[in-house]
Design a protein around this ligand. Structure first.
Ligand code: GUN
Length: 298
């Protein structure tokens, strides 16, 4: 079997296009564009790249981008004061504080300070709790993007065996909740799981989110499984090259011979994250302005 490639890049482009159209009609009704504030503390190069792409994508989707870049030695109190200002600003529908934060700042305290109705990352405990009990919430962007790719490919997930590898608050746990809500039978595997290959072999759906290059081996996969690879890992450079290749948590070349469908790295889950962030911001804007939006259209 040669797996179908799940083209996250194309899916994300279509989602961004759709979000942009809804954002334009929101602006006509509300008299303002949806607004997303992104806060970056320090100079982490990867974070700078992410923040720049988020700002660009926000503007392309007919939304207002508010960027706040603070120095590395910003005190926690200063950052909390900025978050309070953004909470109170009616032009801002979504707030994202780029992680990781410098060590001297308590990330949980900062996330807790974001108004839950502007928490488009879905990291606030209120949103995590709402998701857990099945209430309307903001869902973290990466797992929601994975879910969109899965339902697009498979339709109804009812009764399917899903194995999520990784138990982070940002990906693994919300991913498991979403799969459970979709009536899949869900297992969360992690570093202490015994016989991981045997656990994964049960799965119709595998979501790998561990951050270990090419850990999931082809012979762990059930024939025809749908594989969603959340990992982005850089291999050591080959001789004569400056940078190593980007690979996921799954051995892609081998897995392609067994899986029914698989996301590539890059070009699979990665592009979905920003597209879903824009989607969450659009939803936040409608909720905040009291304008109807059928949320399943985006
Ligand atoms: N750092 C890497 N990914 C993310 C994300 O999705 N949200 C935030 N806030 N920080 C990140």
């Amino acid at each position: 079997m040669t797996a179908q490639i799940i083209d996250g890049k194309a899916f994300a482009a279509r989602l961004r296009e759709r979000v942009g159209e809804f954002a334009a009609s929101f602006a006509e009704k509300a008299g303002r564009k949806p607004g997303l504030a992104v806060v970056l503390v320090g100079e982490d190069p990867a974070s700078q790249v992410y923040v720049r792409s988020k700002g660009k994508a926000t503007i392309e989707a007919n939304m207002e981008s508010f960027e706040h870049r603070l120095p590395d030695d910003t005190e926690e109190a200063g950052l909390l004061a900025l978050v309070e200002e953004l909470n109170a600003d009616p032009a801002i529908d979504g707030i994202l504080v780029q992680l990781p934060l410098p060590d001297h700042i308590n990330e949980q305290a900062v996330i807790a300070a974001i108004a839950p109705d502007k928490d488009v990352d879905g990291f606030h405990v209120i949103n995590a709790g709402r998701l857990a009990v099945g209430q309307r919430s903001f869902v973290p962007c990466t797992p929601l993007g994975c879910m969109m790719l899965l339902t697009d490919r498979l339709g109804d997930l009812s009764g399917l065996e899903a194995v999520v590898i990784g138990r982070s608050n940002i990906v693994g746990k919300p991913m498991a909740q979403l799969l459970l809500d979709a009536n899949a039978t869900v297992t969360i595997a992690h570093s202490r799981t015994k016989n991981l290959p045997d656990v994964v072999r049960r799965a119709d759906i595998v979501v790998a989110a561990v951050g270990r290059a090419e850990m999931v081996q082809p012979d762990w996969l059930k024939e025809g499984a749908t594989v969603i690879d959340v990992g982005i890992n850089r291999l050591p450079p080959e001789p004569g090259k400056e940078k190593g290749r980007l690979v996921g948590d799954v051995d892609f070349a081998g897995a392609q011979q067994r899986a029914g469908a698989i996301t590539p790295v890059p070009g699979g889950v990665g592009p979905m994250t920003i597209a879903v962030l824009l989607r969450n911001t659009l939803v936040a804007a409608h909720r905040n302005a009291g304008i109807d939006l059928s949320e399943d259209v985006v």
